[in-house]
Design a protein around this ligand. Sequence first.
Ligand SMILES: Nc1ncnc2c1ncn2[C@@H]1O[C@H](COP(=O)(O)OP(=O)(O)OP(=O)(O)O)[C@@H](O)[C@H]1O
Ligand SMILES: [Mg+2]
Length: 358
Amino acid sequence: MKPRILIVDDNEKNRILLSSKMEADGYEVDMASNGVEALKKVDEFHPDLILLDIMMPQMDGYEACRRLKSKEETRYIPIVMLTARSELEDKLLGLEIGAEDYIVKPYSLVEVSARVKSLLRMRALQARLRESEKMAALGEMVDGIAHEIRNPLTSIGGMARRLYEHENDEEHKRYAEAIMKSVERMERMMQRIDEYKWILVSNLKPGNINEVINKAVEEARGIIGTKKITIKTELMEEPPAFYMDPTNLKIAIFNILQNSIEAIADEGEILIRTFAEDDNTIVVKISDTGAGMDEEFLRHIFHPFYTSKMTGAGLGLTITYRIVQDHKGMIEVESEKGKGTTFTLRFYILTGQPMPAL
Ligand SMILES: Nc1ncnc2c1ncn2[C@@H]1O[C@H](COP(=O)(O)OP(=O)(O)OP(=O)(O)O)[C@@H](O)[C@H]1O
Ligand SMILES: [Mg+2]
């Protein structure tokens, strides 16, 4: 979508001059000829930036600026004041009431163009910062709640286990066992909430996929337990770097490996391969010889809380999916009941291009 610029000036010639330059720069333009009209246009047109003349009939630029900056919905729209040289002393007043910048008349269109461009870039950065601050605050709250739940949960689990061990009545034993299973499921939920907190903000930088896979495999080996499962890797040598959040990507791959381990009843194999495709893509394939799934089940596996396990949260793959999306990657799954499952992840390498806006 094109950025939108609102031009506010009572002089028609100025409006036409500015609007043709802004349109030539690739912006969508709307115009107003005084402050009152400008406020109305802001509500309808939702500009990303306003070029605002000061001396205008009905409501001048100062008053319009003051009103826009005092409203929550409009205060983040950058305003550039257009000031005649004689009003230069007043420019401070403009900045004091919150205008982001001012340009002295007579201005060169090239200058206006440059200021607009840099302010729009700054606004985009600020918006992203606000968003990540919001996410961080949400993460902190979730973290707090999870922390408060974890302690009582541990004691419920511990007490249920003691009841189970000391109880002779079979029926009571079954009750205690049911409590233990529920606690296990909730603990799994807590683990997922913990992961979710991490992935709310992804911090992408060039990284090495092999290192991420090796870490995930190491962690996965730690949860194999008494099953006879071998995890093999066939990784490409010196894989090209791509923009990744290594912590999050490791979580994404670990969650797939965890499912594979859980899908293998006693004995089996998991294979992870990486290879290049079409010059600009890295493929990660994770196959297991586990229980597999039928087609109907496959359709839902990325949905939250979709699980076939007594103690599953049904969130592992939802989180994996979200992480792959944050990496602008793709994830596919094939499976056959009784044979096994293969997850395929694709990530794009940016060759010779500048870093994408993150
Ligand atoms: N490799 C696999 N083989 C067989 N079934 C799988 C495999 N991976 C996922 N599934 C199925 O998809 C479901 C959803 O997986 P997901 O990881 O999202 O949740 P979960 O493992 O049940 O719970 P958790 O949030 O604790 O990971 C699983 O319950 C399982 O039935
Ligand atoms: Mg899982």
